[in-house]
Structures are given as structure tokens and as C-alpha cells.
Design a protein around this ligand. Structure first.
Ligand code: ZN
Length: 293
């Protein structure tokens, strides 16, 4: 599933390809996404131009300038890549792949296509991006870059849930998923099953630094291509070649050589080094987190 680095890569790729472009047409497949595009929105976006492309958590926001004379507020498209989404700009003459569900035609002969074989994704229209942002901010925690140390310490130490559950909870920190939660715990030498309330202040700070460092490195590598993820220009990611623990069960730990273990925490396969990430205290099996967004 695309996480923050993959979504950020898509956004950075799309920005120059979409800036200033005007949408000239929309079409959709007969199949519905988890949050489907509604045909009534077509008239709202045709003739609108793109003002910018942003990310919030794992969501892509395309800010539009409406051509409607009575428009109040600035509209936006909101896209989620779900489990398998690809959101790319291609020349309209490129044959359409299977599983393309929404296409925005652009005024320069290109098309912005959302392909999503598993259809867990979303493509929606919102008339007022400020209202949308307020709605998202009510559900999503802060972005993981420049996190306030006090906020993060309180969020981690204020719960009996384990670290894996805390990191996957989008209302605490937005954008981290299974891959980068495992990689951040490894980098901070913390067991993913450790209860938040048993983590020291120094360990909280180390985890906060590790999250930021892992995400920054992953963005530099254009994210991780596990199955079919590609950036907004169609290029694959490279961070899957730099995983320390994720998906490396039984392979040697890059630090100490011990075989990497895999166990379920917060309902998700969690990869860790049993030596470098010693649990220190009893590990806990927290409930599965179902992020709302
Ligand atoms: Zn190790």
C-alpha cells in the first residue's frame, strides 16, 4: 500500500506536469472505487485549471481554479491510491491499461489517469478546499516532519497500545503505514510490540527522529515499489532495496547479523531484529487500527 513517501513522490512528479493545465474532459469506467467518482462532478471540473498539487497524510489534493462565475471557495480533487493505485500523466495517445477507472483529459494533449486494480482507492470532487482541509485536519494527526517533541511524547506515553499500533494510527501521525513503521522502529532500536506507556522520553525522541529520517530517505529514493507502485511520471521507486527489516524475515539484521523475525502486532505483520530491538518489557498485542482516512 502506498504510504507517505510514495504519495509524496506522486505529488512531486505531478506538480510540474499539471501546473497551469486546464481539464478539458473526464471519463470513468463502470467499476466503482472505494470512494467513487460521480458523473455529476464532470461538469464541475471541465474548464477548471490546476493551481497546485499537495499531499496530506496519504491523500493527494489537486487544487483547482473554477471557471464557474458564481463559484465560492476554490474546489479540489482528492485522490487516494488505496492498495494499488497509480496516478500518472501520459500522452493521450498511450493505450489505456487495464483497471484505469478515472481519466482527466488536459489541454495539452496529455491525460491524468487513475489506475487501481484492487479499487480500494478514491477520486472525489470537493467544492471548497478550505472546508475539505478542515474536515481532514479533524481526523488526521500532524505530518511527521517537524513534529512537536512534547506532542509526540504525550501521544506515545499516554497509551497502553503498542508502538506498531501507535505508528499506524493516522490520528496520531499522518502518513506512516506498515513498511515505514517497521523501518522506524528498527532505526530507533525499539520493539514494535512495546507498550507506549513503557517507552522512555529519550526513546520517544529517538522514534520521532527515526520516523523523519526513514521517510526522508524513502522520498529521496522515490518511495518503495512492492507490487505495482509508480510515481506520477510512471517511474518506479527504489527504497525497497534499502529495507533494513521490512519483508526480510530470516535474513540477517544489517547491524548485528541476527535473523530478522516477523510477528503480528496491531494485526499487521511486523518485522524486527530480536537483538537490536529487544522488548525490554512485556510486549503487548494491541487491537487492529482501522484508520478512517
Ligand atoms: Zn540486530
Amino acid at each position: 500500500m502506498p504510504e507517505l513517501p510514495e504519495v509524496e513522490t506522486v505529488v512531486r512528479d505531478l506538480r510540474p506536469l499539471l501546473a497551469g493545465r486546464t481539464i478539458t474532459g473526464v471519463r470513468r469506467s463502470k467499476h466503482k472505487l472505494r470512494r467513487p467518482w460521480l458523473t455529476k462532478w464532470n461538469a464541475k471540473v471541465v474548464a477548471a485549471s490546476v493551481e497546485g498539487v499537495r499531499r496530506r497524510g496519504k491523500w493527494i489534493l489537486v487544487d483547482l481554479v473554477s471557471r464557474e462565475p458564481k463559484a465560492t471557495g476554490s474546489p479540489a480533487l482528492r485522490v487516494h491510491l488505496g492498495m494499488s493505485g497509480q496516478f500518472t500523466v501520459v500522452d493521450a495517445s498511450v493505450p489505456e491499461a487495464d483497471h484505469v477507472h478515472v481519466v482527466f483529459a488536459l489541454d495539452n494533449g496529455n491525460e491524468l489517469r487513475l489506475r487501481d486494480p484492487r479499487r480500494f482507492g478514491a477520486a472525489e470532487y470537493f467544492p471548497d478546499s478550505a472546508a475539505l482541509e478542515a474536515e481532514m485536519n479533524a481526523e488526521l494527526g500532524p505530518e511527521p516532519f517537524g513534529l512537536d517533541p512534547e506532542y509526540f511524547r504525550d501521544a506515545v506515553r499516554g497509551t497502553a497500545r503498542n508502538l506498531k499500533a501507535i505508528l499506524l494510527d493516522q490520528s496520531i501521525v499522518a502518513g506512516v503505514g506498515n513498511i515505514y513503521a517497521d523501518e522506524a522502529c528498527f532505526r530507533a532500536n525499539l520493539h514494535p510490540g512495546r507498550a507506549g506507556k513503557r517507552v522512555t522520553l529519550a526513546e520517544c525522541d529517538a522514534l520521532r527522529d527515526a520516523i523523519e529520517a526513514v521517510l526522508t530517505k524513502a522520498i529521496e529514493s522515490r518511495g518503495s515499489t512492492i507490487r505495482d507502485y509508480v510515481g506520477g511520471s510512471g517511474l518506479r521507486g527504489g527504497f525497497q532495496n534499502e529495507f533494513a527489516v521490512y519483508g526480510r524475515t530470516d535474513e540477517p539484521c544489517p547491524t548485528c547479523g541476527t535473523a530478522i523475525k516477523c510477528a503480528r502486532y496491531a494485526g499487521r505483520a511486523s518485522h524486527f531484529c530480536p537483538v537490536c530491538q529487544s522488548s525490554k518489557s512485556k510486549v503487548v498485542k494491541s487491537k487492529v487500527i482501522k484508520p478512517k482516512t
